[in-house]
Design a protein around this ligand. Structure first.
Ligand SMILES: [Zn+2]
Length: 295
């Protein structure tokens, strides 16, 4: 859930590219009309954890609340909050259209996004959330995103937001815990493509999924239950996870992906479901096919 700073570098070239492409449509046009500021007493706290409520009522922050159909953004500076709220609805649309079999299990309940303006504010967040590593620059927990506004460059910031927004949207639909690699691979994949779509840009899978020569062995990736410790291994983990999701979603037949993802949602054992759906005898056969994709 938490993105170390280093992995953002992988997203940068793509986002910069996206910024220069043509055929832009007005992003968030449909959802903007539903966006409005609401008073603190109107904020629905269902789905918030006690630690989230403590942040919401922390007298050190002068929260204002921007509400859309699926999100409430708690903010102190409106310009960025508006962009975040629009992106949330754009991502919701892109992801739910792409995975039509998924059901939003939260219904009318909204996801929450807290935006922190200064590094000092962020230190308050980390102090109150010992579970987040000191290197965390933003994170999603359950139905709430903690987002740092300052510190990163523009492309950096939007890439990070896109990744976390994907987690936040997926968490509305998931009833099971995804395997770590799939959770992060999907956040990387949709973080990039939903962002492009929200900007009215065409997909460029061919450019994104060029051969990835340096990879984590699939055996390690697919069975990981914790993030790697070494920063270089963390980069490799995210890059390989994204590439594997690209391989499954984009390169291999889409109907197989749909079958596989539905089996995951149904709670089937992830690795067995993967090998069976794609008719790979074992993990080595999967590695061999993945290697072909990366030649
Ligand atoms: Zn993540």
């Amino acid at each position: 859930m938490q993105v170390p700073r280093s992995i953002l570098m992988a997203l940068l070239p793509a986002l910069i590219l996206a910024g220069t492409a043509a055929d832009a449509a007005p992003p968030g046009a449909a959802s903007a009309a539903d966006m409005r500021d609401i008073p603190a007493e109107a904020v629905d706290r269902a789905g918030l954890l006690p630690v989230d409520v403590a942040m919401l009522t922390n007298p050190g922050f002068r929260w204002q609340h921007l509400q859309t159909e699926h999100f409430i953004v708690h903010y102190e500076r409106k310009t960025f909050a508006t962009r975040v709220a629009r992106m949330g609805e754009d991502f919701y649309k892109a992801i739910s259209e792409d995975l039509p079999d998924m059901q939003d299990r939260l219904g009318a309940q909204r996801s929450h996004i807290f935006i922190f303006r200064t590094p000092r504010d962020w230190q308050t967040v980390l102090a109150n959330n010992p579970g987040a590593g000191p290197w965390a620059v933003s994170f999603v927990r359950g139905q709430t995103m903690y987002l740092q506004e300052s510190g990163a460059g523009q492309a950096d910031k939007m890439g990070l937001l896109a990744h976390e927004m994907t987690h936040l949207v997926f968490n509305r639909f998931l009833t099971v815990r995804l395997p770590l690699w799939l959770n992060e691979g999907l956040a990387e994949y949709y973080g990039e493509f939903a962002y492009r779509r929200s900007k009215g840009l065409t997909h460029r899978e061919r450019k994104v999924f060029t051969p990835l020569r340096q990879r984590m062995p699939l055996e390690v990736l697919l069975t990981a239950t914790a993030y790697p410790v070494e920063p270089a291994a963390v980069d490799l983990f995210y890059a390989t996870a994204k590439q594997m999701v690209g391989f499954l979603v984009w390169k291999l037949p889409r109907d197989k992906w749909n079958i596989y993802f539905n089996r995951i949602l149904a709670g089937d054992p992830p690795l067995a479901a993967l090998l069976e759906t794609y008719e790979w005898e074992d993990i080595n056969a999967a590695e061999k096919a993945f290697h072909q994709f990366n030649r």
